[in-house]
Design a protein around this ligand. Structure first.
Ligand SMILES: Cc1cc2nc3c(=O)[nH]c(=O)nc-3n(C[C@H](O)[C@H](O)[C@H](O)COP(=O)(O)OP(=O)(O)OC[C@H]3O[C@@H](n4cnc5c(N)ncnc54)[C@H](O)[C@@H]3O)c2cc1C
Ligand code: SF4
Length: 343
C-alpha cells in the first residue's frame, strides 16, 4: 500500500477542516478519486487502497463522528433519521427500522457479512465502488472509470455481473450496494456538510449515471461529508420489502434485486414505490412500473406488465442477457410478497 497521511476527527467541522487543510482541493477532481478521502469502516476504501485502485494521500478518520448525532438512529414525526456514521448492523437490527421501514432493515441485513455490517457505516455503504473486476484489477488499463478515455474491457469481456439499466457506451459497471435502492424507493433525502456549508438533496440526486464520465459517480463536491439520511413517513413504508437474488445465499452481491413498498386499499394498490438493484449502474427507481400497478389489483397480467415496463429500456450485453428475465421475475415475486404481508 502507498503511504498516506492519517488524521482523526471527532465532529463534522473538524473532519471538513482536516480535508481542506491537508489537500489543495481541486474543483474538477471527482470526489471518488480525490487525493483526500474520509475513512469510516474502511471496508471499501482500505480494500481499494490495498489493491492500488484508490490512492489518496490524505485520509481523515471519521469514526469519532459516531458519537455525534451522525451516529444516531431515530424514528420521529418527520420520519426516520439515519446518521451516516451509524453501523449497517445497528440499522439492520433496530426495532423501529424493522417495524416501520422493513425494506431498509432487510436491504442492510442481506448485504455483505455480519463482520462487515458491524464495521461498515451507512454513509460508506452508499458510496461503495463497483465490483467490476476490470475496475479492481490495475493490470487492465482499459477501464474508463479508472483511466478516463481508455476504453472499457467489460464491454466485450466477462460481463455476467454487469448492469443492463442506466448503462452507457463508456461503462456498464453495476452499482453494488443494496441499501441505496431502499433509500431511493422511499424517497429519502441526504444531509451533506461541506466547505461551503450544509445542504440537503434528494437521495435520487446523489449518484450520477455513467454517461461520458463514468469516473464521476456522485454529485458530492470535494470535501463534502454525508452526515445523515432522512426517510419521510409514508403510507407505503410499512408494507415494504427487499428481495435479493444472488449466486449464493449469503455474503454475495445481487444478480437482481427489488425494493418495493405498497400502500393497499384491500386488494387494490393505492400507491407503489419500486427500485431495482443488481441490474443497474446506479440506484434505480422504476417509475413506469409504479404507474403500471397504481389503482390495480395485482393479477398475473398486471404484474407481468409492470415487470415488462421496468425492464423495457434494458441494454443487456454478452453474458448478462439473463438478467432481464431474472430481474422481471424478481420484481414480480417481490410485489406478490409485499401484497401478502400482514401489517
Ligand atoms: C466481501 C464483501 C461483500 C460485500 N457484500 C455487500 C453486499 O452484498 N451488499 C452491499 O451493499 N455491500 C456489500 N459490501 C460492501 C460493504 O457493505 C461496504 O464496503 C461498506 O458498506 C462500506 O462502508 P465503510 O464504512 O466501510 O466505508 P469506507 O470504506 O470507510 O468508505 C467508502 C467510501 O466512502 C467515503 N465515505 C465514507 N463515509 C463517508 C461519509 N459519511 N461522507 C462522505 N464520504 C464518505 C470514503 O471516503 C470512501 O471513498 C461487501 C463488501 C465486501 C468486502
Ligand atoms: S464497466 Fe466501467 S468499471 Fe468496468 S471496465 Fe468498463 S469502464 Fe471500467
Amino acid at each position: 500500500m502507498r503511504p498516506f497521511h492519517y488524521t482523526r476527527a471527532d465532529n463534522a467541522s473538524a473532519a471538513i477542516a482536516a480535508q481542506q487543510a491537508q489537500a489543495s482541493i481541486d474543483k474538477n477532481e471527482p470526489s471518488v478519486f480525490a487525493r483526500s478521502q474520509y475513512l469510516d469502516g474502511g471496508t471499501n476504501l482500505m480494500d481499494l487502497m490495498r489493491i492500488d485502485v484508490m490512492r489518496p494521500e490524505n485520509v481523515t478518520d471519521i469514526n469519532g463522528l459516531s458519537r455525534t448525532p451522525s451516529g444516531n438512529i431515530q424514528l420521529g414525526s418527520k420520519g426516520l433519521w439515519l446518521g451516516a456514521m451509524a453501523r449497517m448492523a445497528e440499522a439492520a437490527d433496530h426495532p423501529d427500522v424493522k417495524q416501520a421501514y422493513p425494506v431498509i432493515a432487510q436491504s442492510l441485513m442481506l448485504a455483505a457479512s455480519a463482520q462487515i455490517r458491524n464495521m461498515a457505516s451507512l454513509g460508506g455503504n452508499v458510496l461503495q465502488r463497483t465490483r467490476c473486476s476490470y475496475f479492481r484489477d490495475t493490470s487492465y488499463t482499459t477501464c474508463n472509470k479508472r483511466n478516463p478515455g481508455a476504453g472499457c474491457a467489460a464491454m466485450d469481456g466477462v460481463n455476467r455481473m454487469h448492469a443492463i439499466l442506466g448503462v452507457s457506451d463508456q461503462c456498464i459497471a453495476t452499482y453494488a450496494g443494496d441499501f441505496a435502492h431502499a433509500l431511493i424507493a422511499l424517497e429519502a433525502v441526504v444531509d451533506i456538510a461541506g466547505p461551503n456549508g450544509s445542504r440537503t438533496i434528494p437521495f435520487a440526486k446523489l449518484h450520477k449515471a455513467p454517461g461520458d464520465t463514468p469516473h464521476i459517480e456522485t454529485t458530492l463536491q470535494p470535501g463534502e461529508l454525508i452526515t445523515a439520511f432522512v426517510v419521510p413517513p409514508a403510507p407505503f413504508a410499512k408494507r415494504s420489502l427487499y428481495l435479493k437474488v444472488r449466486d449464493r445465499e449469503s455474503y454475495e452481491f445481487a444478480l437482481a434485486s427489488a425494493a418495493v413498498a405498497l400502500d393497499m386499499d384491500g386488494d387494490t394498490v393505492r400507491e407503489a414505490r419500486i427500485a431495482l438493484g443488481g441490474v443497474s449502474a446506479l440506484p434505480w427507481r422504476a417509475r413506469t412500473a409504479e404507474e403500471a400497478i397504481k389503482g390495480q389489483t395485482l393479477t398475473d397480467g398486471v404484474l407481468q406488465a409492470a415487470a415488462n415496463t421496468a425492464y423495457a429500456e434494458s441494454k443487456p450485453r454478452g453474458d448478462n442477457k439473463f438478467k432481464v428475465e431474472l430481474g422481471r421475475q424478481t420484481l414480480m415475486r417481490a410485489l406478490r410478497e409485499a401484497a401478502a404481508m400482514e401489517i
